[in-house]
Design a protein around this ligand. Structure first.
Ligand SMILES: [Zn+2]
Length: 110
């Protein structure tokens, strides 16, 4: 069972992502059991679906959310062209989001 503190940290991160790194389409984020994967992004019906594995420790769930959100805003998610996955654009987005998150989203580094 996740502690109140960990729940608050998840909410803070998700709010920060939505506010400071808005996506081109609505993003549905849920934590659930994913087999052999930390997180995943899918896009269909004009919406992003981010799923984070909830069997990991809370910190790793937040880390995975940052990873997946970078896919969303870099427009680099596992779609038809898998070769595009983890592109340079994704890496830049990931680093940008990560450093902003570490600064509690107080300074936008984008
Ligand atoms: Zn990835």
């Amino acid at each position: 069972m996740e502690s109140v503190d960990e729940k608050a940290k998840w909410s803070f991160l998700l709010r920060g992502l939505r506010k400071h790194f808005p996506a081109s389409h609505p993003v549905d984020v849920r934590r659930c059991c994913i087999k052999e994967c930390f997180g995943v992004v899918r896009f269909h019906d004009d919406k992003f679906y981010v799923r984070i594995c909830n069997t990991m420790l809370s910190f790793y769930q937040r880390d995975a959310l940052v990873h997946e959100w970078a896919h969303v805003i870099a427009d680099d998610w596992m779609g038809e062209d898998e070769g595009k996955h983890h592109s340079k654009a994704w890496g830049i987005a990931y680093a940008t989001i990560y450093s902003s998150w570490l600064a509690d989203f107080k300074e936008k580094t984008k």
